[in-house]
Design a protein around this ligand. Structure first.
Ligand SMILES: [Fe+2]
Ligand SMILES: [Fe+2]
Length: 275
């Protein structure tokens, strides 16, 4: 019964358990936040960013590995961090650095599921959501990428998962914007998102649907239907039509993404199993 001593006692216990569990979550490395801050400064130099990143050897090694994979496809192997950053460009660096940091979240949590499949799915959804966002002229492509990367993070923490309480703790620890926690909470339930915040979630939901149908997923699906019909009928397109200025014609995007997905799968198989 609401407000009884037993009820209050149970809620206090639940809050204590949540706090203890949240304490076990990895936090975003300080160097990642410093780099993200620096990258917002238009006058930042490559040398400054290189020096900052070199302070974290684990992250440096991961970034080099990621840049050298066919996720980014350099023409020759890049051994030096500075040349890798120049190749990548500062625009893509924030994305790469967060990818290499977020992977630690996927290493924790419960046992008994395929972390590499979940991570593969996360990378695919991030990349595909960002590509659709770019094609539609949606402005915050970095946030869409990060939302795609984290959209199923709840699956890692089923022991820990406490809905919004868990997410607000995760959001604080990782300095996540509301749009990202919205995507985690609502990518399977677009109608529950406040309309003014729905476009970003719709992009993730669409990318999630697409990657799962293209077997870049971790769930078994029964999908005997026509992929084009399902794609064009996806509720996300209605949301995007109402919220994004550029024409939202599903067809051409599906054709383009079908080409991209094969390369993406190869890149992931090649060496992005960082979990
Ligand atoms: Fe999901
Ligand atoms: Fe998903």
């Amino acid at each position: 019964m609401e407000g009884t001593p037993q009820n209050i006692f149970d809620r206090l216990n639940a809050a204590r358990t949540l706090m203890a569990e949240v304490d076990e979550l990895p936090t975003v490395p300080a160097v990642v936040l410093r780099i993200a801050g620096k990258l917002d400064d238009p006058d930042v130099s490559i040398d400054e960013i290189t020096d900052l990143l070199l302070q974290d050897q684990v992250l440096t090694t991961r970034v080099l590995r990621l840049v050298n994979s066919s996720f980014y496809c350099p023409l020759k192997h890049l051994d030096e961090l500075r040349e890798a950053i120049i190749y990548l460009g500062l625009d893509h660096l924030k994305e790469a650095v967060f990818t290499c940091a977020v992977v630690d979240l996927f290493k924790t949590g419960k046992e008994g599921f395929s972390r590499s499949l979940l991570w593969t799915h996360a990378l695919g959804v991030a990349k595909v959501a960002k590509i659709i966002a770019e094609r539609l002229g949606y402005p915050e492509t970095f946030n869409v990428y990060l939302a795609g990367l984290l959209h199923d993070v709840g699956a890692v923490f089923l022991n820990f998962f406490r809905g919004k309480d868990f997410l607000s703790s995760l959001g604080c620890r990782w300095h996540l914007q509301d749009g990202i926690t919205d995507a985690i909470l609502y990518h399977h339930n677009l109608d529950a998102v406040p309309p003014e915040r729905a476009a970003g979630v719709a992009l993730v939901s669409l990318a999630d649907w697409f990657c799962t149908r293209r077997k870049l997923g971790y769930e078994e699906i029964d999908d005997s239907g026509n992929i084009r019909e399902g794609w064009e009928a996806h509720r996300a397109w209605e949301v995007l039509r109402a919220r994004v200025a550029a024409p939202c014609e599903p067809g051409p995007h599906l054709d383009e993404l079908n080409g991209i997905i094969a390369g993406l799968r190869a890149a992931i198989l090649e060496g992005l199993y960082m979990v």
